[in-house]
Design a protein around this ligand. Sequence first.
Ligand code: SF4
Ligand code: SF4
Length: 347
Amino acid sequence: MEAARGLVRSKFFSAPFYLHFYVTERCNLRCKMCNIWKRKSPEMTLGEIEQCVRVLKKLKVQNIVLTGGEPLLRPDISDIVKLFNDHGFTTRLQTNGTLVTREKIRALAEAGLKNITISLDTLDEKKFDWICESKDLVQKVDESLDLFAEYIKGFIVVNTAVSRLNIPELPEIVRYVNSKGAYASLVPVHLHSSGMTTSFCYGYDEEMIVSKDLLPETEKVYAKLIKMKKEGYRIINSEKFLRASLDCFRTGNYSWDCRAGERFFVVYPDGGVAPCDVFPPLFNIQSDFPKKFRSAEYRESARRLREGCDGCLLGCWRETNLLLDDFATQREQMHLFFRKKTGAHHP
Ligand code: SF4
Ligand code: SF4
């Protein structure tokens, strides 16, 4: 119901649908495709975040992703979740899983957290540790998923950054994720490129680039994934997004009708507001934000930034547009929700 209300408000009354709220840029990992951990923005206090929550409520935003960095590095993360939950937002937390403990997950669930996302880029322990400069990360994610299953009652999503390193194993990852009762999210890795005006949050590693020689295999794998989705495997991406991903691997084209800064935007740890995560902030949420957000000047700045951008396959943003504009995607997502309610997923 809340999602439907948010959808109507965004579609017909220009309310933003979706927001990435960075609670920190600190992270205990060093993933190769990420620049966030290199940044050092100061963090808002709980009291300052509470002020933001009131502002966001005024703007009638519905969906909030609490992200980072690693959000579990903040000792007050449960209080932050409770703030958003008490104000009626649909909230999801993104974690790399390394700091998950039973106590933390129980506290988050008690604070009202219903949806959580964890990253898993490969089932190959050595490879995943290499990508994230970590140790025993697959094992840690596996244990975290078992804890989530006990405490988190909404959507548990496993996010896989699709790259040259993991394309052949994507169907296996989906089967594994499903065996844990979770949903797979497959999003092509976002690397900064020469066409991008900035590499604000995204890094670069040549070994992740999907080159043409891998295209026949990629075609087969994506055909299989689309078939699995139709069969009822828990894949949270829409079919159109999966097809757009494949198209991008084929052609290199990822342009789309982006509405960054209107339908969605990001808030950085210090309150800086940007149309999406590839840009530095345009202004601060703590200074007269609703007025600025609705001003012609802000709309024009966001439009200019979008025009200078080649496009992307950032799942959250592209799926937001599809959900708001595409009837087939709306129907798919309703089926997904219904299947979750009734437990009618495969296998
Ligand atoms: S991708 Fe996430 S887990 Fe990895 S370094 Fe960046 S913020 Fe940390
Ligand atoms: S297409 Fe839109 S959401 Fe994607 S990187 Fe560009 S401005 Fe951001």
